[in-house]
Design a protein around this ligand. Structure first.
Ligand code: SF4
Ligand code: SF4
Length: 326
């Protein structure tokens, strides 16, 4: 059981932790006559760190017990063999092709949803808890991160990706009203019901890595790029067939649902404009957006991109149809 500590000298009794804790650990009470948050049901804590992130006074600490840390380490002590050389070479080639033809500033990110009983990829866990979207942002800069549920800080992404159960306040929609992101409980319930999620506890850990360095076969490859670069990827996917694409975009749950889960479950690439959570909690630029591509679609997409790179991309970037100055 994690330990939840509230520094009462800093606590102002604002009640944010009471509202946001998905399992109602806190209540407001009195400490020497001062209104503060009290921890009333520590045994129910999921160690999701939502309270830590929401407290405006940085007054809350959630500490994993030594036994929990040791149990986690033991579970992950046997690691998978490295990928075959041929597979690693393929991913490096895809990374190089994407970066060179599109002029990507960041590495594409390989995402693997490690299932229960799968071999555990040989990758480090983060020293601090991260939101799933934060881990993607770090992977585009070169970090490889393996994150079991205990390393995830966002209860939304954690249950959507199948690492935990859905907390009651998220299932009811109540949590989203506290963020003032939806008009009513009805709208919040509908948003929750319409978004997909993996079966509870079906995923052991998420793995993110720069595509060229990934230690496991990716399920989905995420590209973080400008709209013009994402446009070329969309065209690459229809280069052979001429088929138009449709996308599932909402502004909610950009990285976990739109960039990862939808491409994973539908085996079809999807775009995302980002969401409140990922834009509020990472250094993602306002000018950037996202695409998630299932690994099975990558060979065709890379071929299409190479063909577009022979003429169309260069012509368009040189603005060959700009009218002459008059
Ligand atoms: S870590 Fe999560 S479950 Fe635990 S007290 Fe904070 S918000 Fe509640
Ligand atoms: S959110 Fe922070 S300041 Fe507000 S009541 Fe909770 S612990 Fe106190």
């Amino acid at each position: 059981m994690p330990e939840v500590r509230v520094a009462h000298e800093r606590c102002t009794g604002c009640g944010m932790c009471v509202n946001f804790c998905p399992v109602d650990i806190f209540e407001l009470g009195s400490n020497d006559g001062k209104r503060v948050a009290l921890v009333s049901r520590m045994e129910d804590c999921w160690a999701c760190d939502t309270c830590v992130g929401q407290c405006p006074e940085n007054a809350i600490e959630v500490i994993e017990s030594r036994e929990e840390a040791a149990a986690r380490e033991a579970k992950f002590s046997v690691r998978a063999e490295p990928l075959p050389a041929e597979e690693r070479t393929r991913y490096r080639y895809w990374q190089k092709t994407l970066r060179e033809i599109l002029g990507l500033r960041w590495d594409p990110v390989a995402i693997t949803l490690v299932k229960q009983n799968d071999p555990v990829p040989n990758a480090p866990m983060p020293r601090v808890k991260l939101r799933y979207c934060q881990s993607l942002m770090m992977a585009r800069r070169g970090k490889t991160l393996l994150m079991p549920a205990q390393c995830h800080a966002c209860p939304d992404g954690t249950h959507i990706l199948g690492l935990t159960e859905i907390p009651p306040k998220l299932a009811s929609g109540e949590m989203y009203l506290h963020f003032k992101k939806l008009a009513s409980m009805e709208a919040a319930k509908r948003m929750v019901a319409e978004r997909p999620r993996l079966p509870e506890r079906s995923t052991l850990a998420t793995l993110v890595a720069p595509l060229g360095d990934t230690p496991a076969t990716p399920d989905v490859i995420a590209v973080i790029a400008k709209p013009e670069q994402i446009m070329w990827l969309s065209m690459s996917a229809s280069f052979e067939s001429g088929k138009r694409s449709t996308f599932h975009v909402s502004g909610y749950n950009a990285q976990c649902v739109e960039t990862t889960l939808l491409p994973y479950t539908a085996q079809k690439f999807n775009i995302s404009l980002g969401c409140y959570g990922c834009r509020a909690s990472s250094d993602i630029g306002d000018e950037l957006m996202f695409m998630g591509i299932p690994t099975a679609q990558m060979p065709a997409l890379i071929e299409g991109l190479k063909r577009l790179g022979q003429k169309a991309i260069g012509d368009s970037r040189r603005k060959i149809y700009l009218p002459p100055n008059v």
